[in-house]
Design a protein around this ligand. Sequence first.
Ligand code: HEC
Ligand code: HEC
Ligand code: HEC
Ligand code: HEC
Ligand code: HEC
Ligand code: HEC
Length: 304
Amino acid sequence: MVRWCAGALALLPIVLSGFALSRVSAAPPAERDVKAGQALYVRYCAVCHGEGGRGDGASAAGFATKPADLTDGRLMNTLPDEFLVNIILGGGAAEGLSSGMPPFRGHVSEAQARQVIAYLRGLARPPFRPEMARPPVSAPNAPPQPIFFSHLIHAGSFQIACQYCHADARRSDYAGLPSVERCMGCHKIIGAQDNPEIAKIHDYWRRGEPIPWVRVFKVPEFTYFPHKPHVRAGLACQTCHGPIERMRVVGAETGRTLANDLMNLVGLKPAPPLLTMGWCVQCHREQNAARGTHAPLDCITCHH
Ligand code: HEC
Ligand code: HEC
Ligand code: HEC
Ligand code: HEC
Ligand code: HEC
Ligand code: HEC
């Protein structure tokens, strides 16, 4: 296990070390479950989402945020089962969406929610394949944020490019966080009338205040980390930040840990924890050796 850290696998421990990956479940659904799911769908969901799942049920017109088109594979296929189960049992609010989508806990069991999902997967156009919906990642140490902003929805389901929001990453030291105006570009309309999380964006905007996001990735003041050269060197954001598009809330275990120190003490050589000096230097060595880059190893470039 310790000797993994070589050759092509070199980056893997870096990517995986700070993030807990959930298990994959990908057995094809039984016909019986799909049939049961269809019956449940007709009973509980069709009134809003429509007979065919297109979001055009009898009650749909009454909602400011329309019931979702559950047949739209472009949006639905990347959403993992766990996320959909959570919405069905806990309602839209459980994932930050509008509470126009009611909770069904008490009416359907988790097993039944999975049957409905098995049925819905079959309606998707383009067609659903299990490998499209990668399990969500529950990142450790995610701080509470002022607004429940989900990367799983924005960067996962809607596939908004990372640099649309973190636009400075390729041209400056900081990746940057989107301004309230950038959020309002979409949310002046989307979710404005019936989603309390989005109402908060409007409040900040009216008051002319920035949203006080809590930082997750941060190196100490005496250290210099510029995004630009890293992004220009072709390193994907996920190499350092993990699979952000699969996180409903962003978090990471960064800095030294007792477990890691102990492993070093007894002579195991664990991958250095995210954002420690060992992490920077190990990647610099590997990249310089593998690709002939000129990533600095001298103290002064990282500490000035
Ligand atoms: C009372 C109307 C209503 C009923 C009944 C209803 N929904 Fe919804 N549903 C909504 C609305 C409104 C939204 C949109 C929420 C949003 O986008 O903020 C939604 C959204 C969803 C989403 C989120 C899709 C996405 O884009 O992320 C799923 C999944 C969903 N519904 C499944 C179901 C299922 C399954 C049932 C039946 C068990 C059901 N809904 C019953 C109104 C309803
Ligand atoms: C390019 C368009 C776009 C931008 C920019 C955007 N959003 Fe969204 N956002 C969406 C869409 C589409 C949804 C899904 C709406 C739905 O289904 O109800 C959404 C959903 C949400 C939701 C509800 C689901 C969740 O994520 O919890 C919140 C809250 C939200 N956005 C906050 C923000 C904030 C804060 C910003 C700025 C930092 C932002 N959004 C920027 C398009 C955008
Ligand atoms: C619609 C806008 C939007 C998109 C698209 C988006 N982000 Fe974000 N990102 C945010 C907002 C707002 C925050 C602050 C709240 C939070 O931490 O979730 C954030 C936080 C982060 C953070 C944590 C910053 C910190 O505090 O240290 C990272 C890392 C990040 N995003 C990377 C990405 C990556 C990688 C992608 C593409 C896969 C992406 N983001 C797509 C808006 C966006
Ligand atoms: C080589 C590793 C690495 C790569 C690649 C990388 N980041 Fe970062 N990122 C970091 C580090 C380290 C920090 C903390 C920097 C600090 O404290 O000044 C950070 C901080 C951030 C932040 C917090 C706020 C800010 O303005 O810096 C965001 C947002 C972010 N990164 C997004 C991204 C996105 C989006 C990409 C891809 C376009 C990306 N990062 C690529 C290592 C990386
Ligand atoms: C590639 C970038 C990089 C290089 C090269 C580098 N450092 Fe660091 N160094 C960091 C980062 C990031 C931290 C903060 C994280 C941590 O404490 O591990 C740090 C932390 C430190 C600390 C504080 C450690 C502590 O326990 O608080 C000292 C002292 C230090 N570096 C000295 C040096 C010296 C001396 C050199 C040259 C031999 C050097 N660094 C080279 C990135 C670097
Ligand atoms: C995943 C690999 C990776 C990680 C992790 C990484 N770097 Fe780098 N870094 C690179 C590469 C590759 C380059 C060289 C780019 C080139 O030669 O064009 C580089 C270049 C740099 C540069 C030189 C910028 C310039 O203008 O020449 C600095 C400073 C730097 N890194 C600091 C850091 C610090 C500090 C950390 C840790 C907080 C870190 N890096 C983590 C891969 C990485």
